[in-house]
Every structure is written in C-alpha cells, then in structure tokens.
Design a protein around this ligand. Sequence first.
Ligand code: NAD
Length: 348
Amino acid sequence: MFTYTARPAHIVFGPGTLEQVREEVERLGRSRVLVLASPDLAEPGDRVEKALGPLAVGRFDGAAMHTPVEVTEQAVALLREAGADCVVAVGGGSTTGLAKALAVRTGVDQVILPTTYAGSEVTPVLGETVDGVKTTRSSPDILPETVIYDVELSRELPVPIAVTSGVNALAHAVEALYSPDANPVIDGMALDAIRRLARGLRGLAEDTLEARTELLQGAWLAGTCLGAVGMGLHHKLCHTLGGSFGLPHAPMHTVVLPHVMAYNAAAAPDAMRRIADALGATDAPTAVYDLVVAAGGPTSLRELGLAESDLDRAAGLATAAPYPNPAEPTRDGIARLLRRAWAGERPA
Ligand code: NAD
C-alpha cells in the first residue's frame, strides 16, 4: 500500500530562463517584488533586479546559513516598508530558506532561482534557527509557487561547491528509494535523478553545459523526492552534525552518504541494486564513494573540522530518538559508521 500527493509547483527549466522572471511574477498576479540574495550572489541579484524592471521595489542581500530569525525579521521589516507582494530569491538553500520564512509570515508568493543543487525550492519544509537552535516545520504555505532553473546561472557555481551540492542532491534520491513512504512516482524520479546526477558529476571535470544541465535537472528531481517522502538515517545524521557541530551542509552530506548506504545495504537490498544499476556499478555505496573521489570531493569528517572527541557525542545525539530507517540505528553501529566517515575510509 502507498499514498502519493503531488505538490503544485510551477517549474521553468532551461538556459537563460532568468530573463523570464518578470513574466513569471506577472503570471502569479503579483507586481511588487522584494529581491533576495546573499553577499556572495549580489551580481546575479542585480541581474534579476534588472530583468524585473519596475516590479522590483526592494532588495535584501543578507540571507544567511540556517535561516536565523533575526535576519528574517530584518527582511520582514523591509518587505513591509516596500509593500512587496512577492519575493524573488536567487541563491542556494540559504536564500531559499529566507524566501520561505518570509512567505510563511506574510503570505507573499515566492519565485526561486536556485544556484545550488540543495533542492529546498521544491519542498514544503522550512528549517530556522532561534538562538542557535534549529527547528523544522512543514506546511503547504512554505512551498514556493514558481521555480526558475536557469542552467546558465547554475554554471556560475564553482566546481568544488557543485561537486558537494550534487552529492547532497544524490542523498535525497538515495534515501527516497528506501523511504517508508516510497511509491512508484517518486521511485522513478529518484532513479532518473541518480542517473543524471552521476553523469553531471562525472562531466564536471570538463564542466560542460550538458553536465550542468544534468546536475540541475537531477537536483530538481531529487529535491522533489525530498519534499514528497520521509528521509532516513543519512538526513538525520547530517541534521545532527550540522546543527550541533556546525559542519558545512553539502560537504557533510558528501562525506556521510556512502557510509550510511553501506550501513543500510543489507537491510535495503532492492533499493541498493536499483541505485547500483543507475550508477552503472555493482555495489552502490562504494560506487558513490568512488564518484566523490573522482570528482575531487571531500571524503572525511576530519577534513571538515569535526574533532575526534566529538564522535561519541554525535553518535549519541543521532540515536537519541527513534526514526524510520532500513537498518536499526544503534549507538554502536552509528559510532562505527561515524569513525569510518571521520577517517575517510572506504565504506564497509
Ligand atoms: P548555501 O545556500 O549556503 O550555499 C552554499 C555556498 O555556495 C554558499 O557559500 C553560497 O554563497 C555559495 N554559492 C551559491 N551559489 C553560488 C554561485 N552561483 N556562485 C558562487 N557561490 C555560490 O547552501 P546550500 O547547500 O545551497 O543549502 C544549504 C541550506 O539549505 C541549509 O541551511 C539547509 O538546511 C537548507 N536546505 C533546506 C531544505 C529544505 O527542504 N528545507 C533542503 C535542502 C537544504
């Protein structure tokens, strides 16, 4: 038995689609836009503002990691002062998080132009930080109305970030395949995402438009999986490591994913066989590890700054509350997994 609910997002995909941003805001019946960007993405923010012409009535470049509420409050004040009825966000998951936080507080519509592969733009989930503590909520009001995937814009993402962000997307598709909510629609999207993301990651060495197209399309499909079905151990572990130890989001996903796959392999043989097929390999966890190594991505939590002395606490935090996962997350098992991931060993 399964249930499936399609989510009502409008997607525009292709090179140069940033130029359609004004038309997309008008399609929503909105006319006063607050443009959101981050300090790193001021230039694409300028391009979006120009393409919006007179529809742009304000600009906020202060989006920050993990959507701190103090930043959201500043942006809400600016939004109200400008009388905006829509936000257009250009950036990664951090900027998308700010757009969602504004939409859920004020009811404005959202048009998102993603520059990474995090996938937040197609989920109804918002993670926010209050006094350093991250809380997550889900609501249909949080899901952005429109997403413009401009492949040209995504080419500006530096290759090292594209590698880790691409593996972050891969993790959504992998965990969707062994989710308790798995269903044929999402399985199909997840497998197509894995094929595209693997081709895109391999193609990053030459960094062609084709590789970036595969990555962005894979990211959209994988993000849709993330928004549709519950995730397992991998996302739980990364949430813990990000929240409690401040590890960077996409690099941490990149290191942890092959190890979680190895942990789950015996308990989810069918999913692992389908993932291996999609990767053109025989063993899914080592195939993902090798893909990361070949793309020059990080392989150890040590290199991301996690102290060896934190491993035990991390294992405790990650197993403090039960959650669905193919293999039971035991404290000893997770401690072993984390140690291998910390040292950068091949998954086993
Ligand atoms: P991010 O938005 O912080 O971007 C990562 C880095 O890439 C940043 O330094 C950013 O400045 C840089 N960057 C992005 N685009 C660039 C470009 N074109 N050129 C140069 N640099 C660029 O991080 P992310 O990995 O995209 O997203 C992670 C955040 O999103 C986390 O807070 C995570 O919790 C959240 N997230 C939420 C969901 C959800 O469904 N709610 C899903 C995925 C991620």
